[in-house]
Design a protein around this ligand. Structure first.
Ligand code: CU
Length: 279
């Protein structure tokens, strides 16, 4: 029994990180994905690290407690143990089962708090994006790059993959993309125009509520060029599942070009819709 448990633990310990490493970075969910989406930012790398660490701990605890239960059922049932022990205390055991869990919790708390403060403390940002959640799409403003605003609506299934090969992934593609430069610290301000939404891009480890009448902030630094997808992650109504987020991470030169084009393109769109409700 114990040898089998040990084997299972070893298998899990070996299999989990291998499965995670086998995934290539695509910025979106993949079929049969195990674990979290691969990281494109330090934040997400740390989140995956903490996740794996806690996963090891809970695996060991679950196997240990499960094994104990099985052992007790086998060894101490009325048939195999007709005369029950009258023992009620064991000081050594009592001290151990208090101190060991405390040590485990401290071991989890230290990296957990470190990560929490790392995410919470925004380094000096290179640029700011304001993401406004609306029923049911996102609008984005670039306040320090010309203050233009645009909407990003979901691309319908008939124009997405797999209906259109090489099209944007179904339920994740948007008509306009958020564009950010690679390696730059991007501060994201979020707010809601109607109800509570939540902006989440898993590859960046970003998830922040977008609350009406309030501005929340978070940040990320994408370290690889590519296209990354996210979604609204707060139940916000009937079409909650249909307000995706598409982020293009590009070089600084490409970003500057895009900003120039976006300024004229989105200025022509006139006064942004529903902007009054945001303030
Ligand atoms: Cu939403």
């Amino acid at each position: 029994m114990t040898r089998k448990l040990a084997l299972l633990t070893t298998l899990l310990a070996v299999a989990l990180p291998v499965a995670a490493a086998a995934q290539t970075l695509v910025g979106q969910p993949t079929p049969w994905e195990l674990g979290l989406q691969p990281a494109a930012a330090d934040r997400m790398r740390d989140i995956i690290g903490l996740h794996q660490f806690v996963l090891y701990i809970i695996t060991v605890i679950s196997l240990f407690v499960g094994g104990l239960l099985i052992w007790i059922v086998m060894r101490f049932n009325a048939r195999s143990n007709p005369v029950a022990s009258a023992t009620t205390h064991n000081s050594t055991l009592e001290v151990l089962w208090t101190i060991v869990p405390v040590l485990i919790l401290v071991a989890i708390a230290i990296p957990s708090f470190r990560l929490l403060y790392f995410e919470d403390t925004i380094p000096k940002p290179d640029m700011t994006i304001k993401a406004i959640g609306k029923q049911w799409f996102w609008s984005y403003q670039y306040p320090d790059n010309g203050n233009f605003q645009f909407d990003a609506l979901r691309i319908p299934d008939r124009r997405s993959a797999p209906a259109v090969p090489n099209g944007p992934p179904r339920l994740l593609g948007t008509t306009n993309h958020v564009v950010v430069p690679v390696g730059k610290i991007v501060r994201v301000l979020t707010t809601g125009a109607d109800v509570i939404h939540s902006g989440a891009v898993p590859a960046f480890g970003v998830k922040m509520d977008a609350v009406p009448g309030r501005i929340n902030q978070t940040w990320f630094r994408a370290d690889r060029i590519g296209t990354y997808y996210g979604e609204c992650s707060e139940l916000c109504g009937a079409n909650h599942a249909f307000m995706p987020i598409t982020v293009d991470v590009v070089s600084q030169a490409d970003f500057d070009t895009w900003v120039q084009q976006a300024k004229t393109k989105f200025a022509a769109a006139g006064t942004p819709t529903r902007v009054a409700a945001e303030h």
